[in-house]
Write a protein that binds this ligand. Structure first.
Ligand code: MF3
Ligand code: CO
Ligand code: CO
Length: 272
């Protein structure tokens, strides 16, 4: 192309699209609930993937990861020092592991993306603390999701919290716009400068998915499979992810099915 559009390509979603993304997001979140009872010592990650894949199929939701740039499975399952994009396989969970399951559904053409880190059996205090902090980082990011705020305040607050505990924030993988496609603009960095980047506006939909490391922030990709991202020092990494819509008031956390976040009242004014 001869021209490059320098304007923001952040898609502002219509109310109809937001409700479509919400439906898909609910299915992704339900998948994480369905698989939870199976997250215990002795279960293989490929079995966990099968539970997720079967549920999505039953609900007529397509797993967005399958075939995405050649990715081979219906979910990403990342154990211990795996930061993200772990490929489900023969590995059997052990007592004391931490494991992230990341699900992206396509339902009626709309994408919903969510992940959480589970504790396997009896987990030590050090690992528990990391997982708890990663969840807090996501929630602090969500608290920055209001119209008029700078996008990068999300990453600023996430990293500030991680650093306060002596942890580091992964910068090589980011959150992203989502909904119509898997990865849209903007890139949502989890470590960023205060009061920089685009201004948040109602109708923007993106993920926040901080990966917090116990040691160094750097990652390395497995040479054999080309996907699995691990910490360079072998220390633990934990991650949580939600899909969020900016509204006129509070953020609408589209992948929240636990009523952990209030549904903004402005959503009820939307006529579909
Ligand atoms: N679900 C991941 C995300 O949060 C992306 C996985 S891409 C894959 O963005 F190809 F690894 F599946
Ligand atoms: Co994502
Ligand atoms: Co994801």
């Amino acid at each position: 192309m001869a021209f490059r559009d320098t304007k923001s390509k952040i898609i502002i979603k219509t109310p109809e699209q937001i409700m479509g993304i919400r439906a898909s997001s609910i299915l992704a979140a339900e998948t994480l609930k369905i698989v939870e009872p199976f997250v215990k010592p002795g279960t293989s990650t490929q079995f966990l993937n099968k539970v997720c894949a079967d549920f999505m199929l039953e609900k007529q939701a397509k797993p967005a990861t399958l075939g995405y740039h050649g990715y081979p499975k219906e979910s990403c399952i990342s154990v211990n020092d795996v930061i993200c994009h772990g490929i489900p396989g023969a590995y059997e969970l052990r007592d004391g592991d931490i494991v992230n399951i990341d699900i992206t559904t396509i339902y009626k053409g709309f994408y919903g993306d969510t992940s959480k880190t589970y504790l396997v059996g009896d987990v030590n205090e050090h690992a528990k603390k990391l997982v708890k902090t990663a969840k807090e980082c996501l929630n602090l990011g969500i608290a920055q999701c209001f119209a008029g705020n700078y996008l990068n305040n999300i990453g600023y607050h996430i990293n500030k919290h991680a650093v306060a505990f002596g942890y580091s924030t992964v910068y090589e993988f980011c959150g992203h716009g989502v909904g119509i496609r898997f990865h849209e603009e903007p890139e949502v960095c989890h470590i960023a400068d205060k009061n920089t980047g685009p201004i948040l506006a109602p109708g923007m939909v993106f993920t926040i998915e901080p990966m917090i490391n116990a040691g160094k922030a750097r990652s390395k990709i497995d040479k054999k499979d080309g996907w699995t991202a691990r910490t360079i020092d072998g220390k633990l990494s934990a991650q949580f992810e939600h899909t969020i819509c900016i509204t006129e008031d509070k953020p609408f956390v589209l992948t929240d099915i636990d009523n952990e976040f209030e549904i903004p009242t402005s959503i009820f004014n939307i006529k579909i």
